[in-house]
Design a protein around this ligand. Structure first.
Ligand code: SF4
Length: 303
């Protein structure tokens, strides 16, 4: 089927089935073009809660669709590419946390939303890359374990003096591989551009950046800035929204390594098949969902 015909079929199914398509900023442009709402993982989970549609096609990776299901248990959440996972989310398990808690009963566990439902269920509170500092500051206890992203955890740790923050050794394979010398090189090539990076990048990249923020914060910083040139240190999919919203500004990807293969697994054909066959439905065991919801709700209360 030709892409145009496929888009027509997708729109037809959307109407017939009262469905909505949510897409993460890191999805391929074709997917973002058919999406009704584009955003980061938290914005999309909130959108999934707020929309009235009973069928939601979530174009992202598994943990994101799971978060939407935790927050909206009565809606049918579909993940079009069932093998779209997140290597960082897999770097910590619920069993790891159960064992850790036995040995460290006084430590509060803060869990980045890029984690499985089971891991959220064993955590005290969740956070995103935009509210992590606020979440950490809201915690009364001195000892904190931050899972699974050591880079985001370290970025926050450097801003908080009155807590003992232990970092789980997980990382995003896409952001972690960018090197400090790549920032230097990009600055040489584009001396009048500002460097905007995601806190999932490692410290040598963060130290060389002009601005550090979540995907949404990077988009809003560049959109509201008087500057016209930016070096972007997050997954390349974000360039689509940056360039669409800011046709007069120039964006340069910091590194060719900034591509997440899992985020690129969803295609127009996957979305078409997903709507047609209502696949692949995301399920979360109720006992785990209730526990994970507590950690997510605590975060939402303070954000
Ligand atoms: S960009 Fe990183 S954190 Fe996001 S899905 Fe890919 S591997 Fe996971």
């Amino acid at each position: 089927m030709q892409p145009n015909q496929m888009i027509q079929e997708i729109n037809k199914f959307k109407k017939e089935k009262d469905a909505i398509i949510l897409a993460h900023n890191y999805q391929i442009p074709e997917v973002q073009q058919v999406a009704d709402i584009i955003g980061d993982s938290l914005a999309l989970s909130r959108a999934a809660q707020e929309v009235n549609n009973k069928l939601i096609v979530f174009c992202g990776v598994h943990f994101m669709a799971e978060s939407a299901k935790i927050l909206s248990p009565h809606k049918k959440i579909l993940l079009p590419a069932i093998d779209a996972g997140c290597p960082m989310a897999d770097m910590v398990t619920a069993e790891d946390l159960i064992e850790y808690k036995t040995k460290n009963p006084d430590t509060t566990i803060v869990c980045y939303v890029n984690s499985s439902a089971e891991v959220k269920a064993e955590s005290d509170i969740c956070c995103t890359s935009s509210n992590a500092l606020k979440v950490i500051k809201s915690i009364n206890s001195k000892k904190i374990l931050f899972v699974p992203d050591q880079n985001l955890g370290n970025y926050i740790k450097n801003k908080v003096e009155d807590k003992e923050i232990e970092l789980w050794p997980g990382f995003c394979i896409t952001h972690h591989r960018v090197k400090g010398h790549e920032v230097e090189r990009a600055k040489e090539l584009h001396p009048d551009a500002e460097v905007l990076v995601h806190p999932e990048c490692n410290d040598e990249v963060i130290q060389r950046a002009d601005f550090v923020g979540s995907t949404s914060q990077i988009i809003s910083y560049a959109t509201n800035s008087d500057k016209t040139k930016f070096i972007i240190g997050t997954e390349m999919g974000v360039l689509h929204k940056l360039e669409t919203d800011n046709p007069d500004k120039k964006f340069y990807l910091l590194s060719t390594g900034l591509i997440c293969n899992n985020m690129k697994k969803t295609t127009l054909n996957n979305i078409y098949e997903s709507l047609k066959n209502e696949q692949y439905e995301i399920h979360v065991e109720e006992e785990i969902r209730i526990k994970a919801l507590k950690a997510l709700d605590r975060m939402l209360e303070i954000s």
